[in-house]
Design a protein around this ligand. Structure first.
Ligand SMILES: Cc1ncc(C[n+]2csc(CCOP(=O)(O)OP(=O)(O)O)c2C)c(N)n1
Length: 276
């Protein structure tokens, strides 16, 4: 990690910054931001080969936040990693801010726009093919929501990625079991999800998406030399709203405004680690 701060502590800081951004803006997506805290921490403070002082470095690893509505925790991660000042986070969702509700290129560290669900894996394929053409060893990581997997384009991309033998591509599914309207299972079932990815030619790993060591090990395994010619998907089992008790497993907190009182409660829990 390059510092003595633990991954868990970084994830907690990202959650606190996220709550503050959402409170200030009185808008945004808490649940799907909080579920991804450890995933982003392990990527940006361990797995990815990046240099925040050179965001345009040609051989950097690439990240695509396909579930673009989780922008707040993404911005918090980039700030925490040193791409820009954390002060900029106070402008989240303001008119003319670089930190819009969904990511767009222009902010240091962001390689692609996102927000329209279903498209990010296709973008990641393009990045991985581009790196291959240039002889670059850059790896590409794409974070998808499980509700997002209900978009057909994801499966077209999944088919293409294995057909192209893109072993430099890793998809991570933030499998928090909820989407906007309810449980993923009750709306359009994805099961058996690991078998589906396998049938599409992918190497499949499953982990507890809040266990930083397990996530780090899975990301390492995805890059192992024996995984040749196949992309890897990591199905990360997570809790929507993780870290704030009243947001956990709550579809109401997919998108909702954080009041002054709830901000205080959330921040207090994120100091003490009161939620499960
Ligand atoms: C193409 C498209 N349709 C609808 C939406 C609106 N939308 C935003 S978030 C969301 C639910 C996504 O669920 P999931 O992928 O599980 O995300 P998470 O639970 O991790 O927040 C929807 C339908 C969108 N952004 N893009």
């Amino acid at each position: 990690m390059g510092s003595d701060v633990s991954h868990d502590e970084v994830a907690r800081r990202l959650r606190r910054r996220t709550i503050d951004m959402l409170w200030r803006a009185q808008a945004g997506h808490p649940g799907g931001s909080l579920s991804a805290a450890e995933i982003l921490t392990v990527l940006y403070f361990g797995a990815m080969r990046i240099d925040p002082t050179r965001p345009d470095w040609a051989d950097r690893d690439r990240f695509v936040l396909s579930k673009g509505h989780a922008a707040p925790i993404y911005y918090a991660t980039l700030a925490e990693r040193g791409y820009f000042s954390p002060e900029l986070l106070t402008t989240y969702d303001e008119l003319d801010s670089m930190l819009q509700a969904h990511p767009f290129v222009g902010l240091p560290g962001i390689d692609t726009c996102s927000g329209s669900l279903g498209q990010g894996l296709s973008v990641g394929i393009g990045m991985a093919l581009g790196a291959r053409l240039k002889g670059s060893e850059a790896r590409v990581f794409v974070l998808l929501g499980d509700g997002e997997l209900q978009e057909g384009q994801v499966w077209e991309a999944a088919m293409a990625a294995s057909s192209f033998g893109l072993d430099s591509l890793t998809a991570i599914v933030d499998a928090n079991r909820l989407q906007l309207y309810g449980t993923v299972e009750s709306i359009v079932s994805l099961e058996p999800l690991p078998d589906k990815w396998r049938a599409f030619g992918w190497n499949v790993l499953e982990v507890d998406g809040h266990d930083c060591a397990a996530l780090a090990a899975a990301l390492c395994a995805a890059a192992a030399p024996e995984i040749t010619g196949r992309p890897t998907v990591i199905i990360a089992h997570t809790t929507k709203g993780k870290g704030v008790s009243f947001m956990e497993n709550s579809v109401e907190w997919h998108s909702a405004a954080v009041t002054d009182e709830l901000r205080e409660r959330a921040l207090a829990e994120l100091v003490s680690g009161a939620a499960s």
